[in-house]
Design a protein around this ligand. Structure first.
Ligand code: COA
Length: 322
């Protein structure tokens, strides 16, 4: 039996840090409101001249070095992102070129904040099928360029970053199971109103910014993330106690706490980065994973539950032995 196993991870955050105190000078908000309602204390914001592939490139280099692989070894490159540099060529190919990786499939998956989980799941299937020997899987995002900095209901939530993982075949587990889901009936609760084939030259009055009914998103997110975690446990016939670390999408500390509670998991077993990163969409899970590995909390042999939820809605989980 072939499993896919994480051989190395990396993350990259843009230099500029935007604090809640600074946001207080930009919109009618307070540090106290942001911290208590969301858990966010600061977030990184990409520079004007940075694009998502710049962030992804840095994270990828670290993950590859950590895994001890070179450009020649990579035979699949997948990027989960909602904010690619261009419509095409796809960001996977842009990265391929910069990293010196040639002649392998390279593509992006657009599933909003669940993008990395979708990408990891896809790479896992190729590795299990024996077709891929070394996959570079990335979640990268410059979501702050889609934000209305005058809208206090959204601008306090998001940040930029990139996380990368090198996945290789192994006889030892490995990724144990992946569970993806989506339901398009919620499309109007969280969306960006412009795309290459819609409204591009005629933006809606609301403007070309992220539109979100935060309250309603919150309720569905809590319900779905709890359910998806339980689904992963049931599929593997393991109990809540068998999970060493929960690595959830970092959208809001209250959503994370609700999921942990449903799993009877103390917050000490949850990797939390929302306070430092904000919601970085598809980058949030791989960056949180990298944080936990780098600071020594996540150890080889431990069982991790990764999960995410995003616009669409889309959702998913990956249960793995690190
Ligand atoms: N500062 C101060 N007040 C703010 C504010 C801000 N940044 N943003 C909103 N408010 C106000 C609202 O205007 C509202 O005022 P009102 O009662 O006078 O109308 C009040 O705070 C409560 O707003 P509400 O939207 O009910 O707050 P909430 O507790 O639901 O928190 C979110 C708002 C956005 C933090 C929360 O709903 C959330 O996190 N939702 C999920 C978003 C998400 O995760 N999106 C990505 C999914 S991947």
């Amino acid at each position: 039996m072939i499993y896919s196993k994480i051989a190395g991870t990396g993350r990259y955050l843009p230099e500029r840090i935007l604090t809640n105190a600074e946001l207080e000078t930009m919109v009618d908000t307070t540090d106290e409101w942001i911290r208590t309602r969301t858990g966010v204390e600061r977030r990184h914001v990409a520079a004007e001249d940075q694009s998502t592939s710049d962030l992804a490139y840095e994270a990828a280099k670290i993950a590859m070095a950590e895994a001890g692989v070179t450009a020649e070894d990579i035979d699949m490159l997948i990027v989960g992102t909602t904010t690619p540099d261009l419509v095409f060529p796809n960001i996977g190919t842009l990265l391929q070129d910069r990293l010196g990786i040639h002649n392998c499939p390279a593509f992006s998956i657009e599933a909003a904040c669940t993008g990395f989980i979708y990408a990891l799941t896809t790479a896992d299937k190729f590795i299990r099928a024996g077709e891929t020997k070394c996959a570079l899987v990335i979640g990268a995002e410059i979501i702050t360029k889609l934000i209305d900095w005058k809208d206090r209901t959204t601008c306090v939530l998001f940040g930029d970053g990139a996380g990368a993982v090198v996945l290789k075949p192994s006889e030892e587990p490995g990724i144990l199971s992946c569970h993806l889901g989506a339901d398009g009936q919620y499309r109007d609760l969280l969306y960006f109103p412009i795309g290459p084939s819609k409204n591009l030259f005629n933006p809606p009055e609301a403007g070309a910014y992220i539109q979100m009914k935060g309250n309603e998103v919150f309720k569905v997110a809590v319900k779905t993330l709890g359910k998806v975690a339980e689904e992963a446990l049931a599929a593997n016939n393991i109990s809540k106690d068998d999970i060493d670390w929960l690595i959830p999408h970092q959208a809001n500390i209250r959503i994370i706490q609700a999921t942990a509670k449903r799993l009877d998991m103390p917050m000490e077993k949850v990797i939390q980065t929302v306070q430092d990163h904000g919601n970085t969409s598809a980058a949030s899970v791989p960056m949180a994973l990298d944080v936990g590995i780098r600071d020594g909390r996540i150890k080889r042999g431990q069982t991790l539950l990764l999960e995410a939820f995003g616009g669409g809605f889309t959702w998913g989980s990956v249960l793995l032995r690190y």
